[in-house]
Design a protein around this ligand. Structure first.
Ligand SMILES: Cc1cc2nc3c(=O)[nH]c(=O)nc-3n(C[C@H](O)[C@H](O)[C@H](O)COP(=O)(O)OP(=O)(O)OC[C@H]3O[C@@H](n4cnc5c(N)ncnc54)[C@H](O)[C@@H]3O)c2cc1C
Length: 386
């Protein structure tokens, strides 16, 4: 595909080499078995890629969000699915930015070496959805512990993680002046929690995304596992969301390139009415439009990355990158499925799998409507709607 080389070519080459050991058939079989790509995640961890954002003093490689985004993009571009492991990239940032020195020394080197996985973050609840400040899960301080009660939904990778970041209300909503105050984040040791106050119920779903309902019934968390100041957790979580959105944008871009490569090859080869189907402009134009939109989304993604890495405000760019990239990858997915005709529906072409995977990003980790609402209010200054 026509693309200028960028300065991240070394990372791209290294990830492509690693992914070559885990071809599409590997991810297809994992998808069919509804399994977890253990071997792939282990290889990625052992090669140090999942510790990209951990500073060198804690055993990571101290790279920026830009490089991390290239890693995620290349995995999806190679036919894989970063959704199995992307949580560690952005969850770790919460600990890094807001954890105490003692917490960072205790956890980060082990996360960097792969001894521990921090793949999960529990925010969403069944009754409150996107309206996070209304969450019902509570954590009440009792001497040297917090006692947690409540419920979460759609919490991913819990069964394949050792640690989880939990957002819970520590001061009742009625006692705070701003609804965004009074929530706190905790690092939960999943091995200590599961079966001892925390129950995990897997949710069968359209994509092979290991995701779960969580129930908390007097789960006790040591007070030293509180991250940052009590009551400031919502702000800490928001800080991490720009990184999450930008990384997911990069994954969508990787998906989009995969779809365009796949369909371009196919329409050049598939002969109907005595000529390649790609000779028809009715076939060329949807593919081309998706490619153009993908290229534009890619620029916004790099702008968001650069701002984030320079510690400048990047909320608008991170959100816009996510929306543009999710839309472009979905457009590319539709074109790819359409022009494979019936074969697009056959598992062995991987198109239907990637189609399902990329569709998720219209809804999670934030839905397209909520991005539009953010940009309308915070960038354009339109009246607040909720
Ligand atoms: C596979 C998967 C994995 C996930 N993993 C995690 C995880 O690890 N941790 C976690 O905390 N959460 C996770 N989530 C949850 C995800 O972040 C939420 O599903 C998402 O933020 C949408 O929230 P909701 O499902 O509650 O939708 P709701 O808030 O109920 O909204 C439903 C739809 O209504 C529309 N809508 C809602 N409010 C408005 C409004 N004000 N204006 C216009 N439209 C609106 C939007 O289109 C939205 O898609 C995951 C979800 C999925 C499906």
């Amino acid at each position: 595909m026509l693309m200028a080389a960028d300065k991240y070519q070394d990372i791209r080459d290294a990830i492509r080499d690693l992914c070559a050991q885990f071809p599409s058939e590997y991810f297809r079989q994992i998808d069919e078995a509804r399994g977890y790509p253990e071997a792939f995640v282990d290889a990625l961890t052992q090669a140090g890629w999942l510790a990209a954002l951990i500073p060198q003093e804690y055993g990571g490689s101290g790279l920026g969000l830009t490089e991390a985004s290239v890693i995620m993009e290349e995995i999806n571009r190679a036919g894989g699915n970063s959704g199995a492991c992307h949580g560690q990239m952005y969850n770790m940032g919460t600990l890094l930015r807001h954890g105490s020195e003692q917490q960072k020394r205790a956890w980060l080197p082990k996360i960097a070496s792969g001894e521990l996985r921090l793949q999960s973050m529990a925010v969403t609840e069944p009754t409150t959805g996107t309206d996070t400040t209304q969450l019902k899960t509570t954590a009440v301080r009792r001497a040297d512990r917090y006692v947690v009660n409540g419920q979460k939904v759609w919490i991913s990778r819990v069964q394949h993680s050792d640690l989880m970041i939990l957002l819970a209300r520590t001061t009742p909503l009625s006692e705070v002046t701003k609804k965004s105050e009074g929530m706190s984040i905790f690092l939960v040791d999943l091995h200590q929690a599961i079966g001892q106050g925390m129950t995990v119920r897997p949710i069968a779903n359209m994509v092979n995304h290991e995701t779960n309902e969580l129930f908390f019934d007097n789960l006790e968390i040591p007070a030293e596992n509180l991250i940052g100041e009590e009551g400031k957790g919502f702000r800490y979580i928001l800080d991490g969301l720009n990184a999450e959105r930008t990384l997911i944008a990069a994954e969508c871009i990787g998906d989009g390139y995969w779809f365009i490569d796949k369909v371009s090859k196919y329409v050049n080869e598939r002969m109907v009415f005595g000529r390649p189907i790609g000779q028809n402009q009715g076939v060329q134009f949807p593919i081309t439009r998706a490619w153009i939109n993908l290229s534009a989304a890619n620029l916004m993604r790099f702008e968001a990355c650069e701002l984030f890495d320079a510690s400048k405000p990047c909320g608008a760019q991170a959100n816009m990158a996510k929306l543009l990239a999710a839309d472009a990858s979905w457009e590319a997915a539709n074109a790819c499925l359409q022009f494979h005709g019936g074969f697009g529906f056959a598992n062995e072409y991987d198109v239907e799998r990637k189609f399902r995977e990329t569709r998720l990003y219209q809804v999670a980790p934030i839905s397209t409507n909520l991005i539009l609402s953010y940009v309308a209010e915070h960038v354009l200054g339109l009246p607040r709607s909720f």
